[in-house]
Design a protein around this ligand. Structure first.
Ligand code: CDP
Ligand code: MG
Length: 671
C-alpha cells in the first residue's frame, strides 16, 4: 500500500479557502473597535468580501456572546439565511443548530446553545413581539440593508427605538452599495442635527471594506432583444465556444424563465458536438429545495462549465464563486401593490442602474470578467438610479398590523427610513378595519387584532383561522392555511409530463374549488403518504413540501392553543362523512370571512371581474377553476404576468355570504 504513492489522495484539499484571504480580515481590529465604541456601525463592502460570514465570527471570538447573549444576523431572504448559517457552522466546525443556527418562518434550527443566529428580518420583527427590546442579543447585524426589503426598513425603525432604551445594544448595518450615509444619518438625526454630517456622528461610523475587484468588461446589444431568454441561451453558447474557462451566471426574472432557459441549454448541448468542455446548467431561485441549492455552490466537475441561471438572489445575497461571465436580462420581478384596486402584482420591471452594476460586479470576483447586458446602452441610460424600496410599493396591511402590535399606534408618525405613500397606509388601515383587526380609532382590537398579529400568516388568512373554531371547521382550515403557505410548491412539475400531472391532480379535485382540493391533498397525505414517499411520487406531489405543510400546520395549531383555542382534529373529507358537503360549505363560508375583499364574479366568457367591476381576472391554469363554471368566487392570490391578471387558489362561494354582517361594510356588492 505504502509504495503505491498517489499524490491526489495524500493531500486532502482544504474545505475552504482560508478566511484570512478575505478583504475583511484586514479590517478585523477596526471593526471590533467601532462596534466596541459606537452603537451603530455601518459596514460597506462588495458582495463576497466576508461581511456576512466573517463579521459575526469576529464578534463571537471577541466575547460578544458572553453571559448567554447572542448575535443576530438578519437576511431579507430565507435562502440566504439558511445557506449562510450552514457555511458559518462549517467554518466554526459545529453542528448547524448548535452554536450557529438559523430561524426562518416555520423553520427554527437553533437551540439554547446558539450564539450566532441567522434569521430573516421579518422573523426578528416577530421576535420583538415577545421580547420588545430584543434583549437576547448583544449585537444585531442588519445585513443586505441596501436591498431595502419591507421588513428591513421596519426593523431599522424598531431598532432606532430600541437603541434609546438599550445603550448596550450594538447595531451593525451592512450594505453592498453606497447608501451608507443615509443609514447613518437615519440613526443619528436627532442628536447630530447641528453638524448634519453622518461620518462625524457620535452615534456611529461607516467602515468600508474595499474588496478586491477585477475589471469587468460590459457589453451591450446593438438592438433590443426580442426574446431575452433565447438571446441569453445564444450568449451562453457564444461564450462557451469563444471564451476561456470560467463559469457563467445568467440573471432571469423567475422560475418559468429559468426552467425554459435550462431546458433550451440542455437541448442544445445534447444536440451539439460532444466537445472536451461540457456545459452544466443549474437553476437558482427561492423555491428550490436545500439539496438543489447545494449543487449551485459545488464546483463543477472537471472540464465542465457551470451555468447558473438565477433570479435576483445571486445579485447580492448569495455568493457563488468562480463566476467570470454574467449575462443580465435587464429585468427583475418586483412586487407592486396598487392601493386603488387592491391588487398586488408581480411584474417583470427594468432593473435599476444600481442593480445592473451589482449584477455586473458578480463577474469580477476572482479574475477579470465580462458582463453581457441583453439590452442597449440607450436603454441602460434611461434606467432609474435605484430600485424603489419595497415599503413604497407593498400592501402594508401585515406591516401596520405588526407595528401596532409592537405598540406603535401612530403609524403615520413612525420614523420610516423612506416614508410610504399615504394611500398605502390608508388602504392598509381600511383592510385591517374591514377584517376587524383595528377599531374606529385605528387601535388594535383585543383579542382579534392582537392575535392576528401574532399568527405568522397574512392578515386575511389569520382572520380565517381565528373565525374557524366558531364555524366548526378549525381542523380543516388549519390544513388549508398550511397548504396555501407552501405557495404553489405542492406539485412536482415533471417536464413533458403535464398531462400525467393533471390526471394525478384530478384525483384530489373538489368541485368547490382549489382550497378544498388542497385539503383533500393534505388529508390524503397524512393518511396514506406520510410514511411512503413513493405515494407522493405516484401522485406527483412534492414530498418535502407536504412534510413542510405538516410542520407548518403543527406550528399554527400551537399558536391557537396558546390563545386557548382548542383544535378538535377531524379528517372531514377523506372519511367521507355524511355531512361532507355541509362541512365544505362551512369551510368556504369561513374562508369568505377573511377573503371577502378578494371576491370576484365569473363572466359569461369564463373570465372574472372584481367586486367593484373594475378589473378582469383570469383563473390561473393551475387552478381547478380554469375552464370551469362558477358564479361568485374568492381567491387567495393574485398575480399579473404580461398583460393578464391571474388569480390562484380559487373557491366558489355564494354571493349572500359576502353580504353577511361585517363583510358588507367593506364592499358594496354589485349584482
Ligand atoms: O457578505 P459578503 O457578501 O460580504 O460575503 P460572504 O457571504 O461573507 O462571503 C465571503 C466568502 O465566503 C465568499 O467570497 C465565498 O468565497 C465564501 N462563501 C462560500 O463559499 N459559500 C457560502 N455559502 C458563503 C460564502
Ligand atoms: Mg452577505
Amino acid at each position: 500500500m505504502a509504495t503505491d504513492f498517489d499524490l491526489s489522495s495524500s493531500f486532502i484539499p482544504s474545505l475552504h479557502k482560508p478566511s484570512s484571504l478575505l478583504p475583511i480580515s484586514r479590517h478585523r481590529e477596526s471593526l471590533l473597535y467601532l462596534v466596541e465604541n459606537f452603537p451603530i456601525t455601518i459596514v460597506v463592502g462588495q458582495t463576497g468580501s466576508g461581511k456576512t460570514t466573517q463579521l459575526p465570527q469576529f464578534l463571537e471570538q471577541a466575547g460578544w456572546c458572553e453571559e448567554g447573549k447572542a448575535i443576530a444576523v438578519t437576511q431579507p431572504r430565507r435562502v440566504a439565511a439558511t445557506t449562510v448559517a450552514t457555511r458559518v457552522a462549517e467554518e466554526m466546525d459545529c453542528k448547524l443548530g448548535e452554536e450557529v443556527g438559523y430561524s426562518i418562518r416555520f423553520e427554527d434550527l437553533t437551540s439554547a446553545k446558539t450564539r450566532i443566529k441567522f434569521l430573516t428580518d421579518g422573523l426578528l420583527l416577530r421576535e420583538a413581539l415577545a421580547d420588545p427590546l430584543l434583549s437576547r442579543y448583544s449585537v444585531i447585524m442588519v445585513d443586505e440593508a441596501h436591498e431595502r426589503s419591507l421588513s428591513t426598513d421596519i426593523l431599522l425603525g424598531i431598532l432606532k427605538k430600541i437603541k434609546k432604551r438599550r445603550p448596550d445594544l450594538r447595531i451593525i448595518v451592512s450594505s453592498a452599495t453606497l447608501q451608507a450615509e443615509d443609514f447613518l444619518r437615519y440613526f443619528s438625526d436627532e442628536k447630530d442635527d447641528q453638524n448634519g454630517n453622518g461620518s462625524g456622528s457620535s452615534e456611529g461610523r461607516i467602515i468600508s471594506l474595499e474588496g478586491r475587484m477585477y475589471p469587468v468588461d460590459t457589453l451591450f446589444l446593438d438592438e433590443p432583444a426580442e426574446d431575452y431568454v433565447a438571446r441569453a441561451v445564444k450568449t451562453v453558447f457564444d461564450i462557451h465556444a469563444g471564451e476561456p474557462d470560467g463559469d457563467i451566471l445568467v440573471f432571469m426574472t423567475g422560475r418559468e424563465e429559468i426552467s425554459a432557459a435550462i431546458q433550451m441549454i440542455e437541448d442544445r448541448a445534447a444536440s451539439s458536438h460532444p466537445r472536451a468542455q461540457r456545459i452544466l446548467p443549474l437553476p437558482l431561485y427561492a423555491g428550490l429545495t436545500s439539496e438543489q441549492q447545494l449543487y449551485v455552490f459545488e464546483p463543477a466537475p472537471e472540464h465542465t462549465r457551470k451555468v447558473i441561471v438565477s433570479t435576483n438572489i445571486a445579485e447580492a445575497s448569495v455568493t457563488i464563486d468562480g463566476m467570470v461571465y454574467v449575462i443580465d436580462c435587464g429585468f427583475v420581478k418586483l412586487r407592486a401593490f396598487n392601493p386603488k384596486t387592491g391588487i398586488e402584482t408581480l411584474t417583470a420591471t427594468p432593473v435599476s442602474k444600481a442593480s445592473a452594476t451589482q449584477r455586473a460586479g458578480r463577474a469580477g470576483r476572482t479574475k477579470p470578467g465580462k458582463c453581457y447586458r441583453l439590452y442597449t446602452q440607450t436603454a441602460y441610460e434611461s434606467l432609474p438610479e435605484d430600485t424603489v424600496p419595497e415599503i413604497q410599493r407593498s400592501n402594508l396591511a401585515p406591516t401596520i398590523l405588526q407595528l401596532k402590535a409592537l405598540g406603535i399606534d401612530n403609524v403615520l408618525r413612525f420614523n420610516f427610513l423612506t416614508p410610504p405613500p399615504a394611500e398605502l397606509i390608508i388602504r392598509a388601515l381600511e383592510i385591517l378595519y374591514s377584517l376587524g383587526a383595528v377599531d374606529d380609532y385605528a387601535k388594535l382590537t383585543r383579542p382579534l387584532g392582537v392575535r392576528m398579529a401574532e399568527l405568522s400568516v397574512e392578515p386575511m388568512m389569520a382572520k380565517v383561522l381565528l373565525s374557524a373554531s366558531t364555524m366548526g371547521c378549525l381542523s380543516e382550515i388549519l390544513s388549508i392555511a398550511a397548504m396555501t403557505s407552501l405557495q404553489g410548491a405542492v406539485w412536482f412539475h415533471h417536464d413533458g409530463e403535464k398531462r400525467a400531472t393533471d390526471t394525478a391532480r384530478r384525483k384530489f379535485a373538489a368541485e368547490e374549488g382549489d382550497h378544498l382540493t388542497l385539503l383533500n391533498v393534505y388529508e390524503s397525505f397524512v393518511t396514506k403518504g406520510r410514511k411512503d414517499s413513493k405515494w407522493c411520487r405516484d401522485n406527483y406531489l412534492n414530498y418535502k413540501s407536504m412534510s413542510r405543510a405538516v410542520s407548518i400546520r403543527a406550528q399554527l395549531k400551537r399558536y391557537l392553543e396558546r390563545f386557548a383555542i382548542d383544535v378538535e382534529e377531524t379528517l372531514a373529507v377523506s372519511k367521507k362523512l355524511e355531512n361532507v358537503s355541509s362541512k365544505g360549505e362551512q369551510i368556504r363560508k369561513c374562508l369568505t370571512t377573511g377573503y371577502f375583499a378578494h371576491a370576484a364574479r365569473m363572466q359569461p366568457d369564463g373570465t372574472f371581474k372584481t367586486v367593484n367591476g373594475g378589473v378582469t381576472l383570469h383563473a390561473h391554469p393551475s387552478s381547478l377553476m380554469f375552464n370551469r363554471k362558477a358564479d361568485w368566487v374568492i381567491f387567495h392570490e393574485i398575480l399579473e404576468t404580461g398583460d393578464k391578471i391571474f388569480i390562484r387558489d380559487v373557491t366558489k362561494i355564494e354571493k349572500s355570504w359576502l353580504l353577511d354582517g361585517s363583510l358588507s361594510t367593506y364592499y358594496q356588492v354589485r349584482a
